[in-house]
Design a protein around this ligand. Structure first.
Ligand code: SAH
Length: 354
């Protein structure tokens, strides 16, 4: 039994069952026992590997997409570049390297990172030591200047509440105890949530609906800034435009596990409900496309060919396989989506127009 499991069991014994969101929150973000404060969670030796860790091409393309957006905004002499959940800072470094080929872009950028893990924050500080970087909370206290947001595999890590429909009522799915072991159960009393009201027409008895209050709160703040100050958000994650059913999953060393397997040592994630993000942002426009199509439109194959030309034959296999992993429908190309949010009277981020 992990220390965190003992802690959660004790908590439930003292105060009763907890929501799935609280369980996820403890498992992922507990200050010293949570998953994101463990050693090496991201990358080939960790629990999962993300697109920026697969290849520099991913961050370079996003960097050029953001730089193009800055050009479309008429090159403001100050703008905020905000990244949520920057992990090992690989994506930000690739964005800044590619963006430095666009004159004036880096000089105009004020960098803000939203990161809850103190361990990852210190890794980010070391990696980005050449830049002036600010760490902020998700209340997004930033200057009133145009703002470009980026988030890769951040929203899937945010806690969700799950509700199950029983006839005309919703009950919350909770984590409780059975013979002193963690188990799932339903709340005794029915519950309500503004987001559940519209879900009767599309659900059946027994269906489960997931709602992330954190995602709603954060996209509301993003949308307010975009609408008031100009800018856009690029949100990349796995999921679909609309979600129905339980998508909660546990992942350890690239393998699926039970959600109660070794709490704090295993990653817990949910598929992202992009419609909920778009709707709650209040932005005039939202565009969703698959990661594969987005990267292809912005020239990832040309970039891969260029890297092949400039590299030694022993590296060719890894460049070709990285290109495939990022874009192929059997890999991350279709499951992963790119959501662009932007205000009226502004351009769509490059790569997202249908
Ligand atoms: N974007 C990176 C890392 C993805 S992992 C990449 O693509 O490689 C998720 C990241 O979000 C980690 O940095 C994690 O510590 C951070 N994170 C998770 N929940 C968070 C929260 N509620 N607030 C701030 N950061 C969070």
């Amino acid at each position: 039994m992990t220390k965190l499991e003992e802690f959660i069991i004790h908590r439930i014994q003292e105060t009763g069952p907890i929501s799935i969101a609280t369980y996820m929150q403890e498992c992922l973000l507990h200050p010293n026992l949570g998953f994101y404060n463990q050693k090496d969670v991201l990358g080939p030796d960790g629990s999962f590997i993300t697109s920026p860790e697969i290849s520099q091409m991913f961050g370079e393309i996003l960097g050029l997409c953001l730089a193009q957006y800055w050009i479309d905004l008429n090159r403001p002499d100050r703008f905020a570049l905000v990244e949520f959940g920057p992990g090992k800072a690989t994506l930000m470094l690739d964005i800044l390297r590619a963006g430095s080929s666009v004159k004036g872009f880096i000089e105009a950028a004020e960098i803000f990172l939203v990161e809850s893990s103190s361990k990852l924050r210190s890794e980010q500080k070391t990696k980005l030591s050449k830049f002036n970087v600010n760490w902020i909370d998700d209340d997004l206290l930033i200057p009133k200047i145009p703002t470009l947001f980026i988030a890769n595999e951040f929203f899937d890590a945010l806690p969700v509440n799950q509700y199950q429909r029983k006839n005309d009522l919703w009950y919350e799915i909770q984590v409780g105890l059975k013979n002193n072991q963690l188990t799932l159960g339903l709340s005794h009393r029915p519950t309500t949530h503004p987001e559940l009201e519209g879900r009767f027409s599309e659900s059946m008895n027994g269906d489960i609906v997931e709602i992330s209050n954190d995602a709603i709160r954060i996209t509301k703040s993003i949308g307010k800034i975009i609408n008031n100050q100009g800018g856009c958000a690029l949100i990349i994650d796995y999921g679909d435009w609309h979600s129905l059913g339980s998508t909660l999953q546990a992942l350890k060393s690239h393998k699926f596990k039970n959600i109660f397997h070794k709490p704090g040592k295993v990653d817990l994630t949910c598929h992202v409900d992009f419609e909920a993000l778009a709707k709650n942002s209040g932005c005039a426009y939202s565009r969703l496309t698959t990661q594969g199509v987005f990267l292809e439109r912005l020239g990832i194959s040309d970039r891969a060919n260029q890297l092949l030309k400039n590299s030694q034959p022993k590296n060719h296999k890894s460049i070709i396989s990285a290109h495939r992993r990022l874009t192929h429908p059997d890999e991350m190309g279709t499951l992963f989506k790119v959501l662009g949010l932007y205000a009226r009277n502004e351009y769509s981020p490059a790569g997202l127009l249908n």
